[in-house]
Write a protein that binds this ligand. Sequence first.
Ligand code: ARG
Length: 479
Amino acid sequence: MSSNQLDKKSEAWSALFSEPMSELVQRYTASVFFDKRLAAADIQGSLAHADMLAAQGIISGDDLAAIQRGMAQISAEIESGAFDWQLALEDVHLNIEARLTQLVGDAGKRLHTGRSRNDQVATDIRLWLRGEIDLITELLRELQGALVDVAEKNVDVILPGFTHLQVAQPVSFAHHLLAYVEMFARDESRMNDVRRRVNQLPLGSAALAGTTYPLDRERVAKTLGMEGVCQNSLDAVSDRDFAIEFAAAASLVMVHISRLSEELILWMSQNFGFIKIADRFTTGSSIMPQKKNPDVPELARGKTGRVVGSLVGLITLMKGQPLAYNKDNQEDKEPLFDTVDTLRDTLRIFVEMIGGQVNPQTGAKEGGITVNAQAMEAAAQKGYATATDLADYLVKKGLPFRDAHETVAHAVKAAQSHSCDLSELPLKVLQEFHPAIEKDVFDCLSLRGSLNARHTLGGTAPAQVKAQMARHRARLGGT
Ligand code: ARG
């Protein structure tokens, strides 16, 4: 396309067309108002392409210098907000190319040699997404660090562990938090994995079949810091698996955030009273003066639906597309941008809401979640959380586990009818359930005894929890 045509998209596309697009169709097909976000990546990709064209003798050194000069000016214009984005020029690629040609003339028109918008846009998204993945991975590490910080202060704090949201067994609060560290660690590793497949170069595939010019694709990949070159031109221009993979990994991050949010919301309700989150993450009610609502975790839980929705949108976008590039693919951008924005903001907020922020005066972190250890422990005292420990005690005295289970069921029933805990039943009463029960039973009926006894690898015994924290610290370094 000549610069003349680029300047006059309000007219017909080329000599081949008998009429221009209607204004509605122009708006319908344009992407510039969202894909201008790819501008920096687009310029980076163009400069790498131009550098290779010159090295291969396809354009002259003077042309390359002119392109570099023009692109520097365009970058400055975009940064300062002076760049005149035009709907009539459809997308970020044509807008930048038209401006380049305005600035440097024929050298600008030579930039598109040996490439197409199809391999160009695929390259741009990959470059942009790679940078965003790096930010997200860093935030995932910060969130893990914040959780480990809180865990370190709460190894000996006991809360009821639930299954079916019924009191099950006592667990260390640190152990509970480290379960989320495991989830976010897997997310981090998934993001690293996705990054490897994002970081491959489509450029040089041209429209779909490759090109007649002697391109050096490896050189472009190297300039752009990419790990490899896409090996099939048809696949390279049409593939959006990398975006879907990212959206899937992002959805899992949000599912983990949503599960954590659900717990924070429960824990800060009056009926639990386990934690408080700082006021700046809550709102009041317009009618009930006593209320402090956990808006941030609730909204994060809600935004999970939006990110999963983007994944569904992206994966559906690809279904039924024949090779190679189709305009459908322009619909990949908004869900991808929205996913990145939602994920980045959510992670940033959670890092601060959980771990607090550094007080510049003291250098210490302040304003993270506040733990009410007494309320947690009081809740663990209810619901016969040490019943399994009594069964295990009887097994160690020689009973088969199933018999021990039944014996303890009777003991729990008796304790329930006296409205007391198992540990509050007198030894004599306990012995009525089984004569093997002796004074040492009370060690295993205490919350701490129960905790200490779960000493298997990955268990909730404080020594195990400390070992896990040390492992995470070593892995996370100074974060
Ligand atoms: N704006 C387009 C997109 O986002 C760029 C590629 C257009 N290619 C084409 N052959 N119309 O996919």
